[in-house]
Design a protein around this ligand. Structure first.
Ligand code: CMP
Length: 136
């Protein structure tokens, strides 16, 4: 059993895709065990993307993630990390396979709708960051 983090980015919330994305996760028999709609603190977003601090898109992605409400979700299930990554599709929606969230619903890398943890270690770090209070 694994636990992973999914963020629905501001574009996904603004486009009323909270339900559609959550529906796909639940339909896969993965369990939502933590869920909140928040205005992400800038410091949390900066820490979340710390590994990208030197990349040219760092400021843009931090600005974007703090530009409106996001959904933070804890998802649990067998091989949840890999299953969720596959469901979301390639980071660049232009490379994402149809049938994935990005392949069906997104067009640009700046607004690729979701973030999901890349591996179990990243998931543990990110869940501690976004759900310090823990989940049910
Ligand atoms: P995410 O999985 O949240 O991790 C880093 C984010 O930076 C990525 O998804 C994109 O939304 C965003 N980003 C913007 N430009 C780029 C880029 N050129 N390469 C990678 N990520 C980018």
């Amino acid at each position: 059993m694994e636990t992973t983090l999914v963020l629905i980015k501001p574009g996904g919330v603004q486009r009323n895709l909270i339900g559609e994305i959550t529906r796909r996760i639940e339909a896969r028999s993965l369990k939502v065990v933590g869920l909140k709609l928040i205005n992400a603190p800038r410091a949390t977003v900066e820490e979340h993307y710390a590994e990208h601090r030197e990349r040219p898109f760092f400021n843009g992605v931090v600005e974007y993630l703090t530009s409106g409400p996001i959904v933070a979700m804890t998802v649990q299930g067998d091989n949840a990390v890999k299953a969720i990554r596959a469901m979301m599709g390639a980071t660049n929606p232009l490379d994402a396979t149809p049938g994935t969230v990005r392949g069906d619903l997104a067009l640009s890398i700046e607004d690729n709708l979701t973030h999901s943890s890349s591996d179990p270690d990243a998931a543990a770090r990110e869940l501690q960051l976004w759900f310090p209070e823990g989940t049910i």
